[in-house]
Design a protein around this ligand. Structure first.
Ligand code: CUV
Length: 633
């Protein structure tokens, strides 16, 4: 049984909407992850959390104790080898998720270029930019023809077998490209790097932690500069590059009088089709007939971020709220595709009228209803899903919507928007941002990305961001971290006046932007790579990303994707701080990731367990860069 009062007294669950909901009788019957953590009643295995449990073959599992000769693996693998292999496999896992997502988006993009989906090529300027990067002729050609060629070239990047670098690497600062070449980490084919990583961490292959990490960097770079970046850019071309929009988030966005359909997962092809079909006359007539005013679409997790950024569709909840969204009893269907969807959802809706609709052959769930989404018949698939949800409306029983829990946000800060907001209509450049960093109004840039974690208060994001903006650090946020910050009011322009230090406040007030900018979903961390590159190219702040006063953190990471993202930032020269990493059981490997890798890429990982220490470490890292640039006046 849920023990919501635990949360009120210890303030462990901080989203006030979550507390409010869990205190309702209706929700007290629901078991959530908070209960499961408590019920497990055991702490995490030390070998697992230190990264030194090896189960890559059947001679073990071997628990390794660093420095104890009798406690190496049966094959002789040391703590450093095992921890490096486990870390590298985490990077491969995360990269594979972004890669498979990206591949689906490229396939949808090709289908769109062929006129086989309800979507169209919207951002022609970006289409031309990308075509130029791939050396595709654009003069006198129809946009769909260019898009088709671009889509096919993009798809080929996944299965590329020759050893030339991925095309997108050319977008990085020249010095960065040179470093990758020298270090031998230029990714060749996106899928290839994941396969090679899995092979090299198989029993008896790569047993040298520097060398294993080298491939982890190559694999992660294939994610950031390859898969994720392709996904972001082609999705923008197809669905529109985000521009600033007002929207609302949190559980209060659910509607009493409408059919509530929440979309949870990652690939926006499905969600975009649902957005179109939600306005279909036939569907609206069905909803009316069922006694509803219409369809209320709301997002969850990163699918939520995608449609929030591009369409201003409300977000009902982030990762840790997915069960709460359903515990309201007010949702007719939660439509899911891939990643970050908890198996418990089907249990939360037991006895309720809500259906969990799985839509992707790759991701099914016991007790879910499966309606396969067909991108070639996207509109019909979306209508079928919505019609199913409408059918549930009349069956809605007892429900509770925390109506006052909805918060205003301004979102849509793509790299292009940041360029526009700070560079002005006519100049459109990062120069004003660089100037403000050089003159000290803005101290630097801090990225808060990644997930949320049931074991920790979600106030942690807020506390870190508050400290950063108080110290004039402009915060760029993605993923569920962004949603947590939105729920705490930091994505309103007024937040600059309320929380920011003098310099940052002045800049934000002048252009009317919040001090925390929502940059998008997890794949959209690639936008940060582009923004950092633009800052380098603008001049005045060094020759590569490693020289910029910029630092990132995923304080509440839980998914493998976050580690892949962290590693591609480190390998791109940006310092990254996490709350923990499963490497502490291996001394030399830890020292390498936390310090020595800096000699190769100009950046390393950092671990700080206390949130305020994360903020302080981020500020210290920024000041260090300012010092080196000679601008720390
Ligand atoms: Ni892809 S990866 S919990 S949804 S940010 Fe949200 Fe973001 Fe982490 Fe998952």
């Amino acid at each position: 049984m849920a023990k919501p009062n635990r949360c009120e007294s210890c303030n462990d669950i901080t989203a006030s909407s979550t507390r409010d909901l869990l205190n309702q009788d209706l929700a007290k019957q629901v078991r959530t992850a908070y209960d499961r953590i408590e019920d497990r009643g055991m702490s995490a295995c030390l070998f697992g959390s230190g990264g030194t449990c090896c189960r890559n073959c059947n001679m073990g599992p071997c628990q390794i104790i660093d420095g104890v000769e009798s406690m190496v693996g049966i094959c002789g693998a040391t703590a450093d080898t095992v921890a490096a292999r486990n870390f590298a496999r985490t990077v491969a896992g995360g990269t594979s998720a972004h890669t498979d997502h990206a591949r689906e988006m490229v396939r949808g993009f090709i289908a769109t270029a062929k006129g086989e989906t309800p979507h169209e090529i919207k951002d022609v300027e970006k289409l031309h930019d990308m075509a130029q990067l791939f050396g595709i002729e654009t003069a006198d050609r129809d946009k769909n023809e260019i898009a088709l060629e671009l889509g096919e070239r993009a798809l080929a990047e996944f299965g590329k077998q020759d050893s030339s670098p991925l095309t997108m690497l050319k977008r990085a600062p020249l010095k960065q490209q040179k470093i990758w070449k020298e270090q031998g980490v230029e990714p060749r084919g996106i899928d290839r790097e994941v396969v090679e990583m899995m092979h090299r961490t198989h029993m008896g292959v790569d047993q040298e932690y520097h060398n294993i990490t080298k491939q982890a960097s190559r694999c992660a770079l294939a994610d950031g500069w390859g898969a994720s970046m392709l996904s972001t850019e082609l999705t923008d071309i197809m669905f529109g590059t985000p521009v600033p929009k007002r929207a609302i988030i949190d559980l209060g966005v659910l509607r009493e009088d409408m059919v509530n359909v929440t979309v949870h997962g990652h690939e926006p092809l499905l969600a975009e089709s649902l957005c179109l079909a939600a306005e279909d006359e036939e569907i609206l007539a069905l909803a009316k007939k069922a006694g509803a005013e219409g369809i209320n679409l709301a997002g969850v997790c990163c699918t939520g971020n995608e449609i929030l950024m591009r369409r201003g569709i409300p977000v009902a909840g982030s990762f840790i709220q997915q069960e709460m969204v359903l515990a309201t009893g007010a949702v007719e269907a939660m439509v899911v595709d891939v990643q970050c969807v908890m198996q418990s959802l089907a249990q939360v809706v037991k006895g309720k009228h809500t259906d969990i609709i799985t839509t992707n052959y790759r991701a099914k769930m016991p007790d879910g209803v499966h309606i396969q989404f067909d991108e070639h018949d996207a509109y019909a698939s979306a209508k079928q899903i919505l019609a199913h949800a409408v059918g549930n409306f009349k069956k809605r029983g007892e429900y509770y919507i925390p109506k006052d829990k909805k918060f205003d946000v301004v979102v849509g800060f793509s790299h292009e928007t940041i360029n526009y907001m700070l560079g002005g209509r006519f100049r459109q450049s990062y120069r004003p941002l660089n100037d403000n960093i050089i003159n000290g109004r803005i101290r630097g840039v801090g990225a808060l990305v990644g997930c949320e974690h049931y074991k920790y208060s979600d106030d942690i994001h807020f506390e870190i961001a508050k400290e950063l903006i108080k110290n004039n650090v402009l915060v760029l946020a993605t993923g569920c971290a962004a949603q947590a910050l939105g729920r705490r009011g930091l994505m309103r322009p007024e937040a600059a006046t309320e929380y920011a230090g003098d310099g940052l406040r002045e800049v934000c007030e002048t252009v009317g932007m919040p001090p925390v900018l929502h940059v998008g979903s997890c794949v959209d961390n690639s936008r940060l790579l582009i923004a950092l590159t633009a800052m380098v190219k603008e001049g005045g702040l060094g020759d590569d990303i490693a020289e910029l006063p910029a630092v990132g953190s995923a304080p509440l990471w839980m998914s493998e994707k976050a580690v892949a993202i962290g590693q591609y930032f480190v390998a791109s020269g940006a310092h990254v701080i996490f709350q923990d990493l499963p490497i502490s059981g291996a001394k030399k490997f830890s020292e390498y990731l936390l310090k020595d890798i800096k000699e190769e890429f100009g950046a390393c990982w950092g671990v700080q367990s206390n949130p305020l220490d994360i903020a302080k470490a981020m500020i210290a890292a920024i000041d260090g860069k300012r010092e080196a640039l000679g601008i720390n006046k």
